[in-house]
Design a protein around this ligand. Structure first.
Ligand code: 3HC
Length: 677
């Protein structure tokens, strides 16, 4: 050990039991010095004749939560992880893993080379590598089927979902449950009891179970795994365990792991892991900024958005007062919330009494005055500046001092809304995405005068209700919708030049988006934002709207729909496009799929670069988080700004120039440096 090696692993003795303790906050990740410490301390315990059994446990909040992801892609340092694990498994004395918190990834693989496992009831055990585009690369895919069988191993590795300790015990992954508060002592007693049994190396156990479950899992998850490499690689490794001797299986796993590790999907997914955590940080704001207390929330508007927003808080036990202008609209809104909860209860997501509890803390009201005791008030009425200013002016007189006044606007100027009050420091945007109780993204819009603690509180409450919150600056459409605009505009132009809605949408779906621009329009409503004058037809969209082709809700939009909402290409839409093409004097030509990418996705990167240089997003990775969680950008492509780096910013600029776009200076800079964002 060199002098600059941090001491993150220590050893204590309790009679003939050695207790090796990992202490590497915050999550005891397997950083190089932990691997070094494990090698050194296991070496010492094995060399000590007075030691008859070994316990491995962790200090702090959790057992080892995995490899140190921040080391990935960097030059290797410290001992090889597999070699360290191999020597623990080969120990001549029984080794017991004592698990609390989360034993994840490399952490569970470490527990799997221990001969026995004891865990507290609240512990969780899993191999979430697939969520990082990886697979357990330290024997997990080979040892798990020997401990829990093929079915559980295949499910655990390919979904990445952890198991609670009780389930792990049922499957044999945990041998014994400890007392919640007595793990250290219980583990020592358990180890002492195992001295007579001796070591039980996992590698020597037989794989069991039916390999057929692997194909069933693939069939069941085909939609969810579309485009992803890692779930299939995980399953290939578990399958290999059923037919290869242990060492060959390990070599196969290694090969698959390296392929994923150096591929772009895992790089993208690891980027998003850190991006999501980074998004919670507010530049220039001390981490310890005191938050405002939010015990009661007011929501104005009981429509789809207001109802969905309210559900988030009710589910976390935070009382909500919901205000509408008319009795029937209020009743309808509250009825929809109840119906949604009942439907979830029918699927087993909530118990009926939980639904009653949630509905019990919802107070419907017809008066803004009833919001006087709310700590956070979210306005979710339709997008009209005058209406919003009127409401905020009234709230200014009603809301208690220090209450946060938020607008759920998706593009309006939050600074202007704030001028309707005498407390612009308390005003900000909280832009939820539809359906608001499901979509994870929350754009928190920081106005010019928004107070730092109001902003920090909105971000924290976002996290509390399970959202991924991102700070956005005031501009038309903030981060997400602002980038959507050039994409939609180009998609429309492509129709005029010769593409069909189906072609443009297909390119987007093949790219990995849940739907393309025209499918999205039909779902959201072609009439949204329409001027409503059927005689004023200036665009293809106007023509569709004038004919009542408002999208799925009318069974006609850019596509025709049958009774089950199955789309088919529409001859009428083809005619409308043809008419516009003739009027515009545009000649129809073949549009390649590559051109669709260059003209609909590259402009988003360009807009993202503008957003960044204007300071409307704090960092490029925040833009990625917005697109992953708000619009379903495929996580294996890491968001538009990360993807720009994969694609090559120089290639993007060249194509945008070819198509006549004005290039954002920041994008140009990146292209000249041949770098990503
Ligand atoms: N490596 C490096 N840093 C990690 C890390 C890891 N495996 N896991 C968490 N961190 C960091 C986070 O980035 C965060 O840093 P920050 O405070 O600077 O933002 C800090 O630890 C705390 O993390 P969270 O905010 O996520 O804390 P929570 O308490 O909410 O969650 C957790 C804890 C459940 C352990 C969660 O962090 C998690 O899921 N971590 C990833 C677990 C994982 O994927 N393990 C597998 C790694 S790959 C592997 O093991 C390969 C092997 O097979 C060879």
């Amino acid at each position: 050990m060199s002098e600059d090696t941090p001491i993150s692993v220590t050893m204590e003795k309790d009679g003939e039991v050695a207790v090796i303790i990992v202490n590497n906050p915050p999550v005891n990740a397997l950083s190089w010095h932990v691997r070094q410490g494990l090698e050194d301390n296991f070496g010492a315990a094995l060399a000590d004749d007075s030691v008859k059994a070994i316990v491995l446990r962790c200090a702090g909040a959790t057992f080892i939560a995995g490899a140190d992801i921040s080391e990935f892609g960097k030059p290797p340092r410290g001992p090889d992880f597999n070699a360290v694990l191999g020597s623990i498994e080969a120990a001549s004395k029984p080794v017991v893993a004592a698990i609390h918190g989360t034993a994840l990834g490399g952490g569970l693989e470490t527990a799997l080379v221990c001969h026995y496992r004891i865990a507290v009831p609240s512990a969780k055990l899993g191999v979430p590598e697939v969520k990082l585009g990886l697979l357990p690369g330290a024997g997990g895919t080979q040892r798990l089927p020997r401990v829990v069988g093929v079915e559980a191993a295949a499910t655990m590795t390919s979904t990445g979902d952890p198991l609670p300790a009780a389930k792990a015990k049922e499957l044999g992954l945990v041998d014994e449950l400890a007392g919640e508060d007595s793990l250290a002592a219980d583990a020592i007693a358990f180890a002492r009891a195992k001295i007579a049994d001796g070591p039980r190396p996992t590698r020597e156990r037989e794989v069991f179970g039916d390999v057929g479950v692997i194909e069933q899992l693939k069939a069941r998850n085909a939609k969810r795994w579309r485009g992803f490499e890692a779930p299939y690689a995980n399953l290939a490794c578990v399958e290999a365990a059923t037919r290869l001797p242990f060492d060959e299986g390990l070599a196969f796993e290694r090969e698959q792991f390296m392929k994923l590790m150096f591929g772009s999907q895992s790089a993208a997914q690891r980027h998003i892991f850190f991006a999501e955590r980074q998004a919670a940080k507010i530049d220039g704001l001390p981490k310890d900024t005191a938050l405002r207390d939010v015990k009661k929330v007011g929501v104005i508007g009981a429509g789809t958005m207001g109802g969905g927003i309210s559900m988030n808080f009710l589910q976390k036990g935070i009382p909500v007062t919901i205000v509408e202008m008319a009795e029937d609209a209020l009743d309808r809104g509250v009825g929809v919330i109840r119906k949604n909860y009942d439907a979830s209860a029918a699927k087993g997501r909530f118990k009926p009494e939980q639904v009653d509890q949630m509905m019990g803390i919802l107070t419907p009201s017809l008066s803004l005055d009833d919001l006087a005791d709310c700590d956070l008030i979210i306005e979710a009425v339709y997008e009209n500046m005058d209406v919003k200013k009127d409401i905020f002016g009234k709230l200014d007189k009603i809301a208690k001092p220090g209450a946060i006044l938020a607008s759920n606007t998706s593009y309006l100027d939050v600074d202007e809304i704030a001028t309707a009050t005498n407390r612009p420091g308390d005003v900000l945007g909280m832009h939820f995405f539809s359906p608001a109780n499901v979509m994870k993204l929350l754009e928190v819009v920081r106005g010019e005068k928004t107070a730092p603690d109001a902003l920090a509180t909105a971000m924290a409450i976002g996290k509390k209700i399970g959202k991924v919150a991102v700070v956005a600056g005031v501009c038309d459409g903030f981060i997400g919708n602002r980038m959507l605009k050039p994409r939609q505009m180009e998609a429309m132009k492509l129709l005029l030049e010769g593409a069909t809605p189906a072609q443009v949408d297909k390119v987007h779906v093949e790219f990995g988006m849940p739907m393309g621009p025209f499918q999205m329009s039909d779902l959201a409503g072609v009439d949204i934002g329409w001027h409503r004058d059927p005689n004023r037809i200036e665009s293809i969209r106007d023509a569709l709207a004038a004919e009542g082709r408002w999208g799925q809700k009318k069974q006609a939009g850019f596509y025709d729909y049958d009774d089950k909402r199955n789309p088919s290409e529409s001859p009428r839409v083809a005619e409308i496009i043809e008419e516009f093409r003739a009027k515009a004097g545009v000649e129809k030509r073949e549009i390649t799929d590559q051109e669709v990418i260059e003209r609909t996705l590259y402009p988003m990167v360009n807009e993202g670069a503008l957003i960044l240089s204007e300071g409307k997003a704090q960092r490029a990775s925040d833009i990625d988080v917005v697109w992953i969680y708000g619009y379903g950008w495929p996580v294996y492509r890491g968001g538009p700004m990360f993807w720009a780096g994969l694609e090559g910013t120089d290639k993007i600029v060249a194509a945008l120039e070819k198509h006549g776009f004005e290039i954002a200076p920041l994008l140009k800079e990146k292209a000249e440096a041949k770098s990503g964002f």
